[in-house]
Design a protein around this ligand. Structure first.
Ligand code: DX5
Ligand code: ZN
Length: 219
């Protein structure tokens, strides 16, 4: 599976956002990870729709939209229209998983399903073949800069095994506390899409482009 880096936009310097995006492009990241929060599913807010709308024509980077919202079906058409390339919803937020998969596909977007840290991988069993990506949360959703949850490594391993058994090659994305200590474990377990946030390229210790290039080498 090819390794991809999805830079977490919510961790970027909002006061210089466009120049941060340029640095991410030059730093070779594949996607912008766009966290959408509703204050219900998670007790926080993050990136807004107007920002996405303004950013879309400014960059060729793929928009990897992570919906942390209750009732995601209400918002999928909106995020499709805003230029999402991948739309990922949390399995804990809906009783209509198949309907949501169809809705995302109808808008010709890639489909991701996210699992919070306490959600078992077995929930994926009956719809796994219809997905493009599984997002295994490695922190509780909702906040940047949290401690990595080590049990998530086993979950990645289980999901990759399920995929091998079903002869499917989906992306497995990991999100939260992804950095030099955690990437080797997760890569070995079968993850191939890494969300780069404050634990890696937005640590504030070095220029974002330099950090992104170094993180790419490391992954
Ligand atoms: C958590 C967010 C992540 C977060 C990851 O809810 O989905 O995207 O920004 O970055 P760090 O490295 O700060 O955990
Ligand atoms: Zn996220």
């Amino acid at each position: 599976m090819s390794i991809k880096i999805s830079a977490s936009l919510d961790c970027a310097d909002y006061l210089h956002l466009l120049s941060e995006v340029r640095k991410l492009e030059e730093g070779g990241v594949d996607m912008l990870h766009i966290d959408i929060m509703d204050g219900h599913f998670v007790p926080n807010f993050a990136i807004g729709t107007n920002l996405m709308r303004k950013l879309r024509p400014q960059t060729h980077l793929l928009f990897d939209v992570h919906l942390m919202v209750q009732d995601p079906e209400r918002f999928i058409p909106l995020f499709a229209e805003l230029g999402a390339d991948i739309i990922t919803f949390h399995v804990e937020t809906t009783t209509r998983v198949y309907h949501l998969i169809d809705l995302i596909k109808k808008h010709q977007k890639k489909v991701g399903v996210a699992l919070s840290p306490a959600t078992p991988p077995s929930v994926l069993e009956y719809f796994l073949p219809y997905l493009d990506l599984v997002l295994v949360m490695t922190v509780d959703p909702g906040f940047v800069g949290q401690r990595f949850i080590p049990e998530a490594v086993t979950k990645v391993e289980v999901v990759r095994k399920m995929l091998v058994e079903k002869n499917r090659q989906l992306d497995i994305e990991v999100d939260g506390g992804i950095g030099e200590k955690t990437v080797p474990l997760l890569k070995r377990a079968g993850a191939n899409v890494f969300v780069a946030g404050t634990s890696s390229i937005f640590s504030g210790k070095e220029d974002v482009k330099v950090a992104a290039l170094r993180f790419r080498e490391f992954c």
